[in-house]
Design a protein around this ligand. Structure first.
Ligand SMILES: Nc1ncnc2c1ncn2[C@@H]1O[C@H](COP(=O)(O)OP(=O)(O)OP(=O)(O)O)[C@@H](O)[C@H]1O
Length: 784
């Protein structure tokens, strides 16, 4: 049986009620849906036609209003149920845009679309949901998945049982000549990947298949078998296929062809009618002829200022009475429009329900369609129920993607450990091996610096030098000038000078007290010239030289039976209330570093997650399959939470147990706050992911936010040192109050009821909520 005969048999039984010619009654040119629904023909009620998809007066532009790129320009399209509709047109004419609008991924600027009885995104329509199978132009598959895992993912989303999926998988593997089900998608050839993508669309045997170039990269034999399959599934009149292809001739097997150009349909007709009307042997020739005609008609139409395409059609066919004039009742289809426009299903009123004559699925009665109207603006969420299958699929997808990606796994678990180790080894320890250029006139000619222990006043300079911290390297110079030169040349961090009668002068200074003269005081001084270009080293040398003097003086006084307190400055630092008398910089920075590591790792992981899925067409595919933004977000939150728990455990184990960072507080509070900060970072990552179009922009934003946050959050320097206004800004950042809270828990041992601690929790939770709201709003806006 040839294709044409086949189509005629399969086409739904319809009754031609009237032929539109000049004599035919004129129906006002408005929405056909409304018009047909209101006509009553003596007991035979007109109802909505059995259309799977109808597009009315569709306008769509891209770009700024000042310079719009008009992609759909008053386009009308009607796809009858149980047919294959081949959408053809040159590259860039708007086919993908039209399909995206049909599946609800893009919105028209104006016009209407009905899919399976409702507007896309409403309860009455099939999209999003399992009534539609969508194969986007991009491969839109998870590269890390095997073929079987891919099918499992989409099958579960469509609510299929695992056994059903396996059964269907075997059929599709066979039918589409795919390799082993265990092969990873990334290891398949381009053509094989396309076939897997096609298999995903066929997976759940949907009512409406929307296929954007499924035969690209497919060999002619398989292409033929794909078309045979499409013809087969539409045979019973229950399934409908919309397909775009660049191989115009293969579309001969479609029941209807829509030839698209300049944002409208040049024709919408069966291939056989097109070929005979235009007396062409190929559809390509028909397309060329129609394209040329469109140019002439547009010119003529603008000259005649004719408003609708009845006139354009008349121009196309000369409008002779004896010529059948095939025109659409809507403007937009310029050449032919046969079955959907003129053939209207008769509905038989049966208890208020409307059934197709061929026994096919009834068109939605008006009352039923009410739900579509009620649900019209509620977006996708209200029309989809979360199922366990969907959540299971999304969670498994997230974990599997992570698990299969070695780089990501290293990033998740090795990087935080490495960061902690590096931090503890590199930050906060006292510098060692610092050189001091010493000039000591008390030393003997042989360069020896000897002194007697106990209450002996000989060579006190040597005794003092002996007290110097062992991490300071003493290098002896002959004179002050050369010692200072060594500092100037960077060979030493400081120069130190003892006069030749330092010991005598120091003893006189102690004994004479207030009676000591200026010369005695001067001679008893240790003169030091430091290189203060490096603040940390300068301060540490300064501190060590003073500490050494203190211990030297106290030791000498004690040996001579004097009160060692005489050697102290008269400020007594008692045991600190919190911390120690020798606080460590590590303890100060560690809380901020713990939170920064967990926060920014989460940002890095999530900031590109949605973008990658979006740019690869995966998000669109999942959304069309009925997954909501909330579900996607929820699955990422759960995945991240698990990852975060692991990261928090690693970071805290290494910080506290391995490197001994002080923890005087409740470890449970520490863990809670750290995980919350990780969640906060994750939500910030979602915000970035939702607002950025490109991965590049997301990375820039994530990296760009890192440094200011680090500087302003009091991680490396107390915010009390900032100018007043900046300090107020800093307090508002996500990490600032949390860092203070964690510092108070770790170093002061404070509990949750302390203001500073619970404010850390309150601020973190507030930021999480704010970020989530921003993400949801951005995703909703994007979806619209
Ligand atoms: N997101 C977008 N932003 C701006 N312009 C876009 C966008 N998507 C598509 N376009 C433009 O809209 C026009 C139609 O694109 P579309 O992808 O719908 O064409 P197409 O007919 O599917 O092409 P092809 O057959 O090559 O896939 C093109 O000029 C394209 O550059």
């Amino acid at each position: 049986m040839d294709a044409e005969n086949q189509h005629q048999i399969q086409r739904p039984k319809v009754k031609k009620m009237f032929s539109w010619s000049d004599d035919a009654p004129t129906i006002p040119v408005e929405s056909s849906e409304q018009t047909i629904a209101t006509i009553d023909d003596g007991g035979t009620q007109w109802s909505r036609p059995q259309n799977a998809v109808s597009v009315r007066h569709a306008f769509k532009t891209y770009g700024p209003k000042s310079k719009p790129n008009q992609v759909l320009n008053n386009l009308n399209m009607t796809v009858a149920k149980g047919t294959i509709y081949g959408l053809l047109g040159a590259s860039g004419c708007g086919k993908t845009t039209l399909l995206s609008c049909i599946v609800g991924r893009k919105r028209l600027n104006s016009g209407e679309i009905f899919v399976l009885g409702g507007k896309p995104g409403t309860r009455g329509s099939g999209v999003p949901g399992k009534r539609v199978g969508y194969m986007p132009q991009e491969i839109a598959l998870y590269a890390e998945f095997s073929i079987k895992e891919t099918m499992m993912y989409f099958g579960w989303i469509f609510g299929m049982q695992t056994s059903e999926i396996i059964e269907r998988l075997h059929f599709l593997l066979n039918f589409l000549d795919l390799p082993s089900e265990n092969r990873l998608v990334k290891n398949l050839s381009g053509g094989q990947q396309r076939r897997v993508s096609f298999a995903v669309a066929l997976m759940h045997d949907p009512e409406l298949l929307i296929l954007d170039e499924p035969t690209v990269g497919v060999d002619p034999l398989l292409r033929q078998s794909i078309w045979n399959h499409l013809v087969h599934i539409t045979k019973a009149g229950q399934k409908t296929v919309i397909i775009t292809t660049h191989y115009i001739e293969e579309a001969r097997q479609a029941h209807t062809i829509g030839l698209m150009r300049s944002g409208r349909l040049l024709a919408e007709e069966s291939p056989q009618v097109l070929l005979s009307m235009y007396r062409c042997s190929s559809l390509e020739d028909v397309f060329l002829k129609l394209s040329r005609k469109q140019g002439q008609q547009q010119q003529a139409a603008s000259e005649l200022n004719i408003s609708n395409n009845i006139s354009l059609s008349a121009l196309a066919f000369g409008n002779k009475k004896d010529n059948p004039v095939y025109i659409s009742q809507e403007s937009g289809v310029i050449g032919l429009n046969f079955h959907q426009s003129k053939e209207v299903l008769i509905s038989e009123s049966n208890n208020g329900s409307t059934y197709g004559l061929n026994g096919s699925t009834p068109a939605l009665p008006a009352a039923q369609n009410q739900s579509a109207i009620e649900c019209d603006d509620c977006g996708v969420d209200c029309c989809n129920l979360t199922t366990r299958g969907k959540i299971r699929a999304l969670l498994q997808k997230n974990f599997l993607r992570m698990w299969r990606n070695v780089g990501v796994m290293l990033f998740i678990f090795a990087l935080p450990v490495m960061q902690v180790i590096l931090f503890c080894l590199a930050i906060g320890r006292d510098p060692t091996g610092l050189r001091i250029a010493v000039v000591n006139r008390e030393m003997n000619a042989s360069g020896e610096c000897k002194y007697e222990k106990g209450c002996s006043f000989s060579n006190l300079s040597c005794r003092y030098l002996d007290h110097l911290n062992s991490s300071i390297i003493q290098e002896y110079y002959d004179d002050v000038e050369s010692a200072k030169m060594a500092v100037a040349q960077g060979n030493a961090w400081g120069a130190m000078y003892f006069t030749e009668n330092f010991t005598d002068a120091l003893v006189a200074r102690i004994v004479l007290g207030r009676d000591a003269d200026d010369e005695t005081l001067e001679q008893s001084e240790i003169r030091v010239w430091l290189d203060m270009s490096n603040q940390q080293i300068g301060i540490i040398l300064n501190r060590d030289l003073q500490y050494s003097y203190r211990t030297f003086a106290q030791g000498l006084l004690e040996d001579c039976d004097n009160n060692p307190k005489l050697g102290d400055v008269p400020i007594q630092f008692k045991e600190p209330i919190y911390g120690t008398n020798e606080p460590s910089f590590t303890d100060f920075v560690a809380p901020g570093v713990i939170l920064t590591i967990v926060f920014f790792l989460a940002v890095a992981l999530t900031s590109s997650a949605l973008i990658i899925e979006r740019t690869e067409g995966l998000l669109d595919r999942s959304w069309v399959a009925g997954v909501t933004p909330t579900e996607i977000l929820f699955s990422h939150v759960v995945t991240q939470f698990v990852v975060m728990c692991g990261q928090t455990a690693l970071v805290l184990i290494f910080m506290i147990l391995v490197f001994g960072v002080t923890n005087n507080g409740d470890i449970f509070l520490v863990i809670c706050l750290t995980i919350l900060q990780g969640l906060c970072g994750m939500c910030f990552g979602f915000v970035i992911s939702a607002i950025c179009e490109l991965e590049r922009n997301a990375i820039q934003l994530a990296l760009g936010s890192f440094y200011p946050t680090l500087l302003l959050s009091g991680v490396i320097w107390p915010i009390e040192g900032m100018p007043y206004i900046l300090r107020n800004i800093a307090v508002g950042l996500p990490l600032t109050l949390a860092t203070s809270a964690l510092r108070s828990i770790l170093t002061r041992g404070w509990g949750f009821m302390e203001f500073e601690v619970y404010m850390g929790f309150v601020a973190t939770i507030s930021w999480i909520l704010l970020f989530l709201i921003i993400t949801m709003v951005s995703l909703k806006l994007k979806q619209n």
